[in-house]
Design a protein around this ligand. Structure first.
Ligand SMILES: Cc1cc2nc3c(=O)[nH]c(=O)nc-3n(C[C@H](O)[C@H](O)[C@H](O)COP(=O)(O)OP(=O)(O)OC[C@H]3O[C@@H](n4cnc5c(N)ncnc54)[C@H](O)[C@@H]3O)c2cc1C
Ligand SMILES: *[C@@H]1O[C@H](CO)[C@@H](O)[C@H](O)[C@H]1NC(C)=O
Ligand SMILES: *[C@@H]1O[C@H](CO)[C@@H](O)[C@H](O)[C@H]1NC(C)=O
Ligand SMILES: *[C@@H]1O[C@H](CO)[C@@H](O)[C@H](O)[C@H]1NC(C)=O
Ligand SMILES: *[C@@H]1O[C@H](CO)[C@@H](O)[C@H](O)[C@H]1NC(C)=O
Ligand SMILES: *[C@@H]1O[C@H](CO)[C@@H](O)[C@H](O)[C@H]1NC(C)=O
Ligand SMILES: *[C@@H]1O[C@H](CO)[C@@H](O)[C@H](O)[C@H]1NC(C)=O
Ligand SMILES: *[C@@H]1O[C@H](CO)[C@@H](O)[C@H](O)[C@H]1NC(C)=O
Ligand SMILES: *[C@@H]1O[C@H](CO)[C@@H](O)[C@H](O)[C@H]1NC(C)=O
Length: 543
């Protein structure tokens, strides 16, 4: 499907290791880098039209386009010298090689959803390889597979699958603007995870361009590297150009509901019970819980005017007539009735569960600027033992604090097929024994140091409060919910294995060692690096 530029690869490999290091004047770096790009491009006309330097009037809009977290958009945040938006494999190969030759770091960006902005921010002189033009999707309905390029969004993928068949879908995240590239590289969790596993569990081949500029498929890259890129986190091993994925069977009719319950409506008891139900119930159901501050309906009666609202949000892969008895059997306390439920097609459920009203057209999934951008900080945990009611009761008052406004806590159940996949099958290790995953977030809407301080303190306080209730030794986390608080490499991205292990074992447990071994073989000099990239055991802990 993709052109394999073997001629170019040979040329590039030959000039590869002529490092010109030691950072001096960045404008020289930039000029030399650009000259290199144009010299080694087999078609310099076409690449020059895909290169944005700081003095180009479109530079800023191209940079901002997929920045989701505006915490990393301000003027004080370091900007790339150049943004390259490749259209061909050769453009990526040239960018990799010329960056190495001229001492520039490369940050790879697909959908730009990294919670800590690592796909477009660096402390050292860098360029962005923005894959926005790499977004072809080819679907094979017969074989139930698809090739999808990294720059495509989940929304584009879901939409295109649904146009081919009402009974095919893909198991991945909820937010349609997420890029396939970063998402699958880090695992990829969504509403069908209990039945079909993560996005990365459903990858059967991939195309990557490595540090030497080689274009490799699964067979050429070998099983170790193919293992590492399915959940080991983007940006450590090379540029993933496209993925071959397994599509899954979805029924013609699915059922959704969203049931809001406040504290006055026994939300605490319901959540407590939910913990015993959500990971054990039939794998065709996912019941997510979203917690946030809300106005109390009992204004003036109780001392406080605010309460906590728990939204029980569900996807059931089947009709309502099967759902109601299942819920009555397993979770009668929720009191679900038929009237709470809506039947629809799978693609309509994707639109609804993202947050659109029922009946919104699936075409909205093609909108790449859908998400209302704001400023946020996110952290995550895994829960293995049900939290007692009193544990939850300690959280509620925090939502009344200043920092708790526009804060959310999500509870995402595991179980189902997640319990059946071994911890070392792919780098994502959070399998059997995890009841659910939590995701904490605080949001604000304007740059303001004071507000930022309040919000950051709030989420860190909540995280610290949760410590006794969540996974321990290590306290695990999900790499796609990147959190730089849990540990970072040295400033220049180099690091010792020991230092990296602080964050590495939280994301990957025992798989971190194998990731470092793969890294040492495929990128020994640690060209592909960032604040949380897998370290090479070969390169010393810094320069
Ligand atoms: C609003 C929102 C909702 C979310 N919902 C979910 C959800 O439901 N489920 C879930 O699992 N996650 C969710 N996430 C997290 C999301 O999956 C991760 O942030 C994911 O890494 C984003 O991928 P991206 O391509 O959009 O991001 P980017 O910022 O482009 O990339 C993320 C990381 O991967 C690297 N990378 C990107 N592309 C490539 C590539 N082609 N080759 C190599 N490395 C690459 C980047 O350098 C960066 O380090 C959500 C995030 C946001 C902001
Ligand atoms: C180079 O690319 C341009 C623009 O895409 C195209 O018009 C031209 O024919 C290409 N030239 C060669 C030699 O391939
Ligand atoms: C900016 O860069 C783009 C892409 O390389 C190019 O097409 C455009 O002509 C440039 N604009 C200016 C004003 O230089
Ligand atoms: C824009 O920047 C590039 C690279 O720094 C430089 O070569 C070029 O002369 C600049 N153009 C203008 C019009 O300033
Ligand atoms: C809350 O639970 C109590 C006892 O468990 C019950 O009596 C009461 O009716 C419940 N309230 C609501 C609103 O369901
Ligand atoms: C709560 O009430 C306040 C004041 O009436 C209002 O500004 C706010 O939007 C309400 N919040 C919610 C979540 O309804
Ligand atoms: C709650 O709301 C009532 C009426 O809106 C108001 O008089 C009262 O001061 C509020 N109480 C608190 C604690 O904010
Ligand atoms: C995409 O969604 C945003 C936010 O809802 C909206 O402002 C914009 O008009 C939409 N774009 C298109 C092309 O529909
Ligand atoms: C998990 O394995 C068990 C036991 O082999 C099996 O009964 C169950 O169906 C499997 N679950 C899924 C979702 O594959």
């Amino acid at each position: 499907m993709l052109p394999l530029c073997s001629y170019l690869t040979i040329v590039l490999t030959a000039i590869l290791f002529s490092f010109k290091s030691s950072a001096i004047d960045t404008s020289t770096h930039e000029d030399n880098f650009l000259q290199c790009l144009y010299t080694y491009s087999h078609n310099s006309t076409s690449i020059s039209k895909l290169v944005y330097t700081k003095n180009n009037s479109s530079y800023s809009s191209i940079l901002q386009f997929t920045i989701q977290n505006l915490r990393f958009a301000s003027n004080t945040i370091p900007k790339p010298l150049v943004i390259i938006t490749p259209k061909e494999i050769s453009h990526i190969q040239t960018t990799i090689t010329c960056s190495q030759n001229h001492g520039l770091q490369v940050r790879i960006r697909s959908g730009g959803h990294d919670f800590e902005g690592r796909s477009y921010v660096s402390d050292v002189p860098f360029v962005i390889l923005d894959l926005t033009n790499f977004r072809e999707i080819e679907i094979d309905v017969e074989k139930k597979t698809a090739w999808v390029q990294s720059g495509a969004t989940l929304g584009e993928l879901y939409y295109k699958i649904s146009r081919k068949s009402r009974n095919l879908g893909f198991s991945a995240g909820v937010c349609p603007t997420i890029g396939v590239g970063g998402h699958i590289s880090g695992g990829g969790y969504g509403n069908m995870v209990r039945k079909f596993g993560l996005a990365a569990d459903n990858v059967i081949d991939a195309h990557i361009i490595d540090v030497k500029g080689r274009f490799l498929d699964r067979q050429a890259m070998g099983e170790d590297l193919f293992w590492a890129i399915r959940g080991g986190g983007g940006a450590s091993f090379g540029v993933i150009v496209s993925w071959k994925i397994k599509l899954v069977h979805v029924p013609s009719i699915v059922t959704v509901f969203t049931l809001p319950k406040t504290l006055e409506q026994n939300a605490t008891k319901l959540i407590h019970k939910w913990q015993f139900v959500a990971s054990k119930i039939d794998e065709n159901i996912i019941i997510n819980v979203i917690l946030q501050r809300a106005n109390s309906s009992k204004k003036g009666v109780s001392k406080k005017n605010s309460t906590v609202l728990a939204l029980f949000q569900t996807l059931f892969l089947g009709g309502v007539d099967k759902l109601i008895p299942l819920m009555q059997q397993n979770f009668p306390e929720l009191g679900l009735v038929k009237e709470d439920c809506t039947q629809m097609s799978w693609i309509e459920s994707v639109v609804y569960l993202y947050g659109f009203p029922k009946g919104e057209s699936p075409e909205v999934l093609l909108n790449r600027t859908l998400a209302g951008k704001d400023i946020y900080k996110v952290k995550s945990d895994f829960v293995k033992i049900p939290i007692p009611e009193i544990g939850f009761e300690g959280i509620w008052p925090m939502f009344d604090e200043d920092g708790g406004k526009d804060a959310m806590m999500y509870l995402f159940p595991y179980g189902g097929i997640m319990d059946n996949i071994s911890e070392s099958e792919i780098p994502f290790p959070h399998r059997y024994g995890n009841l659910y995953q939590t995701h904490y977030s605080v949001h604000w809407h304007q740059e303001n140091d004071e507000v930022e301080k309040v919000k950051m303190n709030w989420i860190r306080k909540l995280y610290s409060y949760m410590e006794p209730f969540v996974s321990m030794s290590p306290r695990t986390a999900y790499i796609n919910y990147r959190d730089l608080d849990i540990g970072v490499n040295n400033k220049n991205g180099y690091t010792s294995y020991k230092k990296a292990s602080v964050w590495g074992v939280k994301y990957f447990k025992n798989n971190f060692k194998r990731l470092a071994k793969v890294k040492s073989i495929v990128d020994p000099l640690n060209f592909f690096r960032n604040e949380q990239s897998v370290p090479s055991l070969v390169s010393k802990g810094g320069i």
